[in-house]
Design a protein around this ligand. Structure first.
Ligand code: SF4
Length: 151
């Protein structure tokens, strides 16, 4: 690997672009993700940037117990994210359906049936620090040899 590639890999690992989707939640987890953007947790100080456009993202945060209407749309969204990429299930809903599963509601969890999930952040809802930890812990593997993975 050239020095230039090594530098790019290292720099890229400090610049993580995240997008998020709610596939059928109570919005509790959405609020915790939004709290990561606020001054108290200040996600950008860790080099994490949030985008609305999946084509600019490296990491997809998925919240919600996934309704049948979202199953194909989630797959389409995942396909739009360029390689290398990773998805994180945020909260109990995308992992097990949480309270919605207990009430036998119209949902189709777990989310990993539809897209590969690299990390799970359990909790109802999880704390912003746990969400931040999950994103940061994925970065070293996600961006290892970033230049080569893009080819
Ligand atoms: S895990 Fe809990 S807080 Fe998060 S969306 Fe599900 S029910 Fe709401």
């Amino acid at each position: 690997m050239s020095i230039l590639q090594e530098i790019k890999n290292r720099v890229r690992s400090k610049s993580i672009h995240v997008t998020f989707v709610d596939v059928g939640s109570c919005n509790g987890c959405d609020i915790e993700v939004l709290a990561c953007l606020a001054p108290r947790y200040d996600i950008e100080q860790y080099g994490i940037y949030v985008h609305n456009n999946p084509r600019e993202a490296d990491v997809l945060l998925v919240m919600g117990a996934i309704t049948p209407q979202w199953t194909d749309k989630l797959r389409d969204l995942w396909d739009k994210i360029p390689e290398p990429k990773a998805a994180i299930a945020v909260g109990n809903c995308p992992i097990s359906g949480c309270v919605f599963a207990r009430r036998h509601m119209y949902i189709e969890p777990p989310v990993e049936k539809y897209i590969p999930i690299a990390a799970q952040v359990p909790g109802c809802p999880p704390r912003p620090t746990e969400i931040l930890n999950a994103i940061l812990s994925l970065a070293p593997t996600l961006f290892k040899d970033y230049e080569e993975k893009q080819r």
